[in-house]
Ligand binder design. Structure first.
Ligand code: HPA
Length: 259
C-alpha cells in the first residue's frame, strides 16, 4: 500500500517510528506551524512516495517531525487539492500516510470564507460538521462510514479549553478553484453552511474510514462572496494567515499539548 510506503519513508527520514498526532496545515496556517516547535527534520513532499508538490501559493510542501512535550507530532505543511487536478485518493494520501505513520488523531486546518453573520476575518472557527459539495469521495466499495460526530466533540471541547472564545461552524467543501458567486453563497447559507472552502472534507472522510479522530479549524480569511460586496483574492487569504499566525500557533500548540 502506498500510504505504508510513504509512512516508512517518513520513519526513515525522521528517525521516528510512530507519530501519534498529525497536523495538516492549509492556506494561511504555514507560519503558525513555526510556533508549534522546532522541526528536527524537513522533508520535501515530492520526495515521499505518492505525494505531489503542492502548487497552491502559500503551501510550503514540506513534512516535519516536531516534538511537543517530548511526543513527536507530524506536520504536513501544505496539501493536494482537487482543483490542482488531483484525484480524491491523491488528496487524502496525506492523512492515510499520517495514519499509517501511527496517527490516531489528525488536525485539519484550512482557510475559509465566513458565511454566517457574526464571523470575523482573522477568527479561527472549530469545524462542527461538514457538507461535502465536491461530489467526490475518497472511498471505494461498500465502505459505509458513519459520519455522525465525525468532527470529534471531545477534541472540540479540548480546543475550547485552550481558547474559550472559539466558535463552531459547519464547513461546506467545494472543489474551486474559482471563488463562489454571491448566489452560491446564499444557497450555502440556506442549506446550513457557516464556512466555505476548497479542501478538508475528503481528508476528514478518509480519516473516519480508518478510525482516526479528527479536529478541524478554519481560519476565516475573508467574508464569503456577496456578504459585503468586496472582491475576493488569494493574497488576502495569505495576508490574514500572516496576521493571525501568533494566535493560531498558540492555539495549535495548546491543543497538541493536551492531546
Ligand atoms: N471561498 C472558498 N474558499 C476559500 C474562501 C472562500 O471565500 N476563503 C478562503 N478559502
Amino acid at each position: 500500500m502506498l500510504a505504508a510506503q510513504a509512512a516508512e519513508a517518513i520513519a526513515e527520514r525522521t528517525g521516528v517510528q510512530k507519530h501519534r498526532v498529525a497536523v495538516v496545515l492549509g492556506s494561511g496556517w504555514q507560519e503558525a506551524a513555526l510556533e508549534i516547535g522546532d522541526p528536527a527534520t524537513s522533508i520535501p513532499m515530492g520526495e515521499v512516495p505518492g505525494f505531489g508538490s503542492p502548487t497552491a501559493q502559500g503551501h510550503q510542501g514540506t513534512i516535519h517531525s516536531v516534538p511537543v512535550n517530548d511526543a513527536p507530532v507530524l506536520l504536513l505543511m501544505g496539501r493536494q487539492h482537487l482543483y490542482e487536478g488531483y484525484e480524491p485518493a491523491q488528496v487524502v494520501h496525506n492523512v492515510r500516510t499520517a495514519i499509517a505513520a501511527g496517527a490516531e488523531t489528525v488536525l485539519l486546518t484550512n482557510a475559509a470564507g465566513g458565511i454566517r453573520d457574526g464571523l470575523h476575518v482573522g477568527e479561527p472557527v472549530l469545524i462542527s460538521d461538514h457538507i461535502n459539495l465536491t461530489l467526490r469521495t475518497p472511498l471505494v466499495g461498500a465502505d459505509f462510514v458513519d459520519l455522525v460526530d465525525a468532527w470529534d466533540p471531545e477534541l472540540r471541547s479540548l480546543a475550547r479549553e485552550v481558547d474559550p472564545s472559539l466558535s463552531e461552524g459547519v464547513y461546506a467543501g467545494l472543489t474551486g478553484p474559482q471563488y463562489e458567486t454571491p448566489a452560491e453563497i446564499r444557497m450555502l447559507r440556506t442549506i446550513g453552511a457557516d464556512l466555505v472552502g476548497m479542501s478538508t472534507v475528503l481528508e476528514a472522510i478518509a480519516c473516519r474510514a480508518l478510525g482516526a479522530r479528527v479536529l478541524g479549524i478554519s481560519l476565516v480569511t475573508n467574508l464569503a462572496a456577496g456578504v459585503t460586496g468586496a472582491h475576493l483574492s488569494h493574497a488576502e487569504v495569505l495576508a490574514e494567515g500572516h496576521a493571525a499566525a501568533p494566535r493560531l500557533g498558540k492555539l495549535l500548540r495548546g491543543v497538541l499539548e493536551r492531546i
